[in-house]
Design a protein around this ligand. Structure first.
Ligand code: DC
Length: 244
């Protein structure tokens, strides 16, 4: 197994570094999958949802969003004072989200942020600012970025686009167990409602709604283990890299 892993990574490193986009519904394991493939390839991993969450956290702190509703004009006025960067955590091997110099990786996963992030991410000016930042981060290739519009809007020319999905029940159960595992308060019914609400808002918003890019490959991982997803990915990746 170790030898196979070494050979795969070593062979792939000699090839051109491509852009890989991972889009899909809330809580279908996009970031776990995207992190794993980035680590396998030695690529940079960027969680675009964390950026929308960081903007939402800032707006919550300033009282410009609550109860799933945003004061759009006030949110737009706050944008110039928001800076989002990433800080590499040596222990985990991944980037953490930094809002105006403060590491907010934990706070942005709180329920208050989850309940309000869809409202903030429907605001066109928020999307324009974050898409610009996402393109800067991915300018050199060798990146895996996950989100909702990465293959359709942020990097429409990406060499490999993956659209992930899983049944709503599977997603709610995974998210619930994830919260419990992190020692955070979790209520199954509330988690399920949040997932359904976010699916609806993310798919129906006017600007950059969640949809599969025409040239994306679908990964339904409802019944797949992380190891099975990695086997699936390696096959797809090899095909793409030989084509590009
Ligand atoms: O991936 P996530 O659940 O952490 O994303 C949080 C929210 O951010 C999600 O409900 C929709 C929004 N989002 C978006 O609109 N566009 C993206 N590229 C990423 C996330």
């Amino acid at each position: 197994m170790t030898l196979f892993r070494y050979n795969f990574a070593a062979r792939m490193k000699k090839k051109k570094k491509i852009t890989i986009t991972v889009d899909g519904y809330s809580s279908c394991g996009k970031s776990t999958f995207a992190k794993a493939i980035a680590a396998e390839l030695g690529y940079l991993y960027i969680d675009s949802g964390a950026m929308y969450r960081a903007v939402t956290l800032h707006c919550l702190r300033r009282g410009k969003v609550s109860g799933g509703m945003a004061d759009n004009a006030s949110v737009v006025r706050l944008l110039p004072e928001i800076s989002i960067t990433f800080m590499f955590n040596r222990e985990t091997g991944f980037n953490e989200t930094v809002l105006n110099g403060e590491n907010v990786e934990r706070e942005i996963r709180d329920r208050a942020v989850s309940d309000n992030v869809s409202a903030v991410s429907t605001i066109p000016e928020v999307r324009t600012k974050l898409v610009e930042l996402q393109r800067e981060l991915g300018a050199g290739g060798g990146i895996v970025m996950d989100g909702r519009d990465i293959g359709t809007v942020v990097f429409p020319g990406a060499e490999l686009k993956i659209f992930m999905t899983a049944t709503p029940e599977v997603r709610a159960r995974r998210r619930y167990l994830e919260l419990l595992g992190k020692g955070l308060p979790a209520d199954y019914a509330a988690v399920e409602k949040n997932i359904n609400d976010r699916d609806r808002i993310d798919s129906s918003r006017e600007m950059s709604p969640l949809r599969k890019a025409d040239d994306a490959v679908v990964l339904d991982n409802s019944e797949m283990t992380p190891a099975e997803q990695m086997v699936w990915f390696k096959q797809i990746f090899k095909q793409k890299i030989n084509e590009s």
